[in-house]
Ligand binder design. Structure first.
Ligand code: CA2
Length: 149
């Protein structure tokens, strides 16, 4: 098995830190990437960190993660959480654990944000911890796959 975990980010997350700080905080996506790399390194894991505003590109990356035998896959599907059967269908093919992450508490917001197609295949779901949720997810994933420090 590879030491690589994929961290995939959906639409508009490139804007992190520039708008709606009361919901998403002031950290940028670059800050999230650094946090993921540092956290993963503690477990001897490396990160393939990606963001796209395009559904098909995210599907391609999920297929890439499977082909590369990634150790795990974290995904914040953002706006595709509630709509994308294509992303669900791609995730179903993953043998490695899939973890769903949301920065905000999606259950404390509009009702439509509460339904997630991705949750149907995710081994775990984290929401409401801000960007620290990514670190929590990587630590949890490392435990699941028995990664060594
Ligand atoms: O809380 C999350 O991480 C979300 O996945 C973020 C999505 C939202 O559609 C989900 O319901 C919950 C939105 C991502 C957009 O991110 C922005 C960040 C800063 C400024 C503007 C958009």
């Amino acid at each position: 098995m590879s030491k690589t975990i994929y961290v995939l980010n959906g639409p508009n997350l490139n804007l992190l830190g520039t708008r709606e700080p009361h919901i998403y905080g002031r950290a940028t996506l670059d800050d999230v990437e650094k946090l993921c790399r540092t956290t993963a390194a503690h477990h001897g894991l490396v990160v393939a960190f990606r963001q796209s505003n395009h559904e098909g590109e995210i599907v391609d990356w999920i297929q890439e993660a499977r082909a590369e035998q990634a150790a795990g896959l974290l995904i914040n599907p953002a706006g595709f959480t509630t709509t994308s059967i294509a992303i669900l269908d791609a995730l179903v093919t993953m043998e490695a654990p899939v973890i769903e992450v949301h920065i905000s508490n999606i259950h404390a917001r509009e009702e439509f944000r509460r339904h997630s197609y991705v949750s149907k295949v995710a081994r775990a779901v984290i929401c409401g911890f801000g960007i620290n949720g990514y670190a929590l997810a990587i630590n949890g994933l490392a435990g699941m796959i028995g990664a060594k420090e």
